[in-house]
Design a protein around this ligand. Structure first.
Ligand SMILES: [Zn+2]
Length: 124
């Protein structure tokens, strides 16, 4: 398996910084400005559409915020020469995975475990 080494730092840093800019642009423009006043008599269908649209935007923004945190953490790891190593188990992350998901903090094994734990969590 190919793994990351510091000679690839510039390439990954560039990729991450591009993503950072995209995410910051997204988070800097949270949707359309509010509708002007005078729409009190909107019918229920319109209202429902607006509300579900807002909920989708919230999820997208939340995801973007989380991804931005991961991107920033990955950039910090590149600067600190600890990039490319799983934050959970300390094993090197497969280079193919890193290329596809440069901000990922976890190797595929730990990611799978985490998702499994999340979906298999017992109900209370
Ligand atoms: Zn791991």
């Amino acid at each position: 398996m190919d793994t990351y080494d510091d000679s690839m730092a510039a390439r990954f840093r560039q990729q991450l910084e591009q993503r950072e800019q995209q995410l910051r642009a997204l988070l800097g423009n949270p949707g359309e400005p509010a509708e002007p006043a005078g729409h009190e008599v909107a019918d229920f269908k319109d209202l429902a559409t607006q509300e579900s649209q807002a909920a989708i935007d919230d999820v997208q923004l939340e995801n973007a915020r989380r991804e931005l945190q991961q991107v920033m953490a990955a950039l910090a790891r590149i600067a600190g020469h600890t990039y490319g190593v799983c934050q959970q188990c300390g094993e090197p992350i497969d280079l193919q995975r890193l290329s596809a998901l440069p901000a990922t903090p976890l190797c595929i094994a730990c990611q799978t475990l985490q998702e499994h734990r999340r979906t298999a969590a017992p109900r209370r």
